[in-house]
Design a protein around this ligand. Structure first.
Ligand SMILES: Cc1ncc(COP(=O)(O)OP(=O)(O)O)c(N)n1
Ligand SMILES: Cc1nc(C(=O)O)sc1CCOP(=O)(O)O
Length: 218
C-alpha cells in the first residue's frame, strides 16, 4: 500500500471561498500547525498558470511541515509542482488513465459513491478513496448524501484506505465514531474557522480519540 492510512486522519481540502481575506498559504500553515495530516489543493475555476503559482506557494508550506500535497483533478499542475498526487472524481479522468500518466509513485485518490465504483477505482490503481457526502455539504452543492452504512460497506469491500467527506464538523464528527473509514476530510470546518489552528487541533483531538478507542477496520 502506497499511503499510510494514518496520513489520511485529518484531510484538508482547500477552498478560497472561505478565506475571508486571509491568504491560502497562511491558513494552510495554521491548519498544519493544528494537526492536519494531508492537504488537497482544490481549484475549480483558475487559469493554469495561476493554479501552478498557487500550488507552488502552498507546496512551500506543506513541504515545510512534511505533509503531502494532493492536487484536485489537474495532472499538469501536479507534475509542474512535483506534488504528491492527484484526486479525481467520477466525472474526471478515469483512474487507470491517471495512473498511466503519473506513473507508479504518485498518490491517486478517487471519489467513490458506491461499492462498484470503489472496487473499480481500486482495480484501476487508486491509493485511497474519498466517500461522501456523509452529512451533505454546503460547500459542494452538487453532491449527494451518502448513508453511513454505505460508507462502511465500501470500507469492507476494499483494501485501500477510505476518507469520509461532506459536512463534517466538530459538532457532528462523533457520529462517525466506530465507522470503518480511515480518516475524515473537511473544507469549511477548517477554512471557515475564525481560528483555523484551533479548529484543526479540536478536530484532530476528536479523531485521535475516535481511533484510539475504536481502531481502524483495516
Ligand atoms: C478527499 C476527497 N474526497 C472527495 C472529493 C470530491 O471529488 P470530486 O468528486 O472530483 O468532486 P470535486 O472535488 O471535483 O468537486 C474530493 N475532492 N476530495
Ligand atoms: C469536495 C467535496 N466532495 C464531496 C463529495 O461528497 O464527494 S463533499 C465536498 C465538500 C466538503 O466540504 P465541507 O467539508 O465544507 O462540507
Amino acid at each position: 500500500m502506497k499511503i499510510d492510512p494514518q496520513l489520511l486522519r485529518l484531510y484538508a481540502v482547500t477552498d478560497r471561498g472561505h478565506l475571508n481575506g486571509r491568504s491560502l498559504p497562511d491558513v494552510v500553515d495554521e491548519i498544519l500547525a493544528g494537526g492536519v495530516t494531508i492537504v488537497q489543493l482544490r481549484e475549480k475555476d483558475m487559469l493554469l498558470e495561476d493554479f501552478i503559482r498557487e500550488a507552488l506557494a502552498v507546496k512551500k508550506v506543506t513541504d515545510r511541515w512534511g505533509v503531502p500535497l494532493i492536487i484536485n483533478d489537474n495532472i499538469q499542475v501536479c507534475q509542474a509542482v512535483s506534488a504528491a498526487g492527484v484526486h479525481v472524481g467520477q466525472s474526471d479522468m478515469e483512474a487507470g488513465q491517471v495512473r498511466r500518466l503519473l506513473g507508479p509513485e504518485k498518490i491517486i485518490g478517487v471519489t467513490a459513491k458506491t461499492v462498484e465504483q470503489a472496487l473499480a477505482a481500486q482495480a484501476a490503481g487508486a491509493d485511497y478513496l474519498g466517500c461522501g457526502a456523509v452529512f451533505g455539504s454546503a460547500t459542494k452543492l452538487d453532491t449527494k448524501k451518502m448513508e453511513l452504512d454505505t460508507l462502511d460497506d465500501i470500507c469492507r469491500h476494499v483494501s485501500i484506505p477510505v476518507v469520509a467527506i461532506g459536512g463534517i464538523s466538530f459538532e457532528n464528527i462523533s457520529q462517525l465514531s466506530g465507522r470503518l473509514m480511515d480518516g475524515v476530510a473537511a473544507v469549511s470546518a477548517l477554512f471557515s474557522a475564525g481560528n483555523p489552528k484551533k479548529a484543526a487541533q479540536d478536530l484532530r483531538e476528536k479523531i485521535d480519540s475516535m481511533y484510539s478507542s475504536a481502531g481502524s477496520a483495516k
